[in-house]
Design a protein around this ligand. Sequence first.
Ligand code: SAM
Length: 283
Amino acid sequence: MFPRVPTWLLFSPTQNYMLNSKVNEELAAAGGGGGGVEEGDVVLEIGQGTGSLTAALLEAGATVFAVEKDKHMATLVKDRFGSTERLKVIEEDITKFHIRSHFLPFMKEKYHNTTKRAKVVSNLPFNVSTEVVKLLLPMGDIFSVVVLMLQDETAARLADSSIQTPEYRPINVFVNFYSEPEYKFRVDRENFFPRPKVHGAVISFKLKNAEEYPPVGSPKSFFSMVDSAFNGKRKMLRKSLQHLCSSSEIEAALHKIGLPVTARPSDLMLDDFVRLHSHLVEV
Ligand SMILES: C[S@@+](CC[C@H](N)C(=O)[O-])C[C@H]1O[C@@H](n2cnc3c(N)ncnc32)[C@H](O)[C@@H]1O
């Protein structure tokens, strides 16, 4: 049912490579709401490996800027696609790569300085997924959509912002602050080589522009409050936020925003946190 393992995959057996080209095509088309990769798009691909997803992106008509930290893989892909003007491969670790200094000028040149934004499409190594999500989601001025292959459980957790579940975390507040996430489809582990222990899934994040962010004076102070609120998850906010104000001030603020004075972090949606922050910190 799945293609045989090509010998070049034995290069770097610690990563899980996609064997099924149909999944790569679906990944390229998964932006949702008109966000799938189209002719003329500029796409940042992270960890292009052997270039199987790169091929699908080029096929869709995109110009691809690939950041790959493995030297052999970077060379392999340069050789595979030859000298096309629609592909630039940078040998670099994405967590150390300065997107604004190096990717932005490339994008502006390709788009002839119009306001069009780029897209991110990537079959990421699972171990850097949270770091990459935190890095990219606040970049709504550069990217319109971020489409990632993640571990199935991680994708489900990030896309679902239901409160009062054990999975609800500060990262959910972060994701919803900067984007509209959507779980797209599961990718069975049989599609990868070597076969990982868990299934993958594709998730898209439609990035908000700065004008669409919830109104907080300082995102840094807002997320610091959210992190503190979840410290000691079972604690009531009137205890966990005591370093900001007295319990009675916290109770008064909770009352004002229509929540019980005994509220815990898992009782608050993004908007509740925003209102709480404005009552407690931005006074
Ligand atoms: C899961 S493999 C996917 C490869 C390819 N996209 C595919 O679908 O088969 C992940 C790739 O990301 C690269 N990689 C791992 N960590 C990275 C990082 N921090 N920055 C850039 N590339 C990274 C690995 O060398 C590997 O080629």
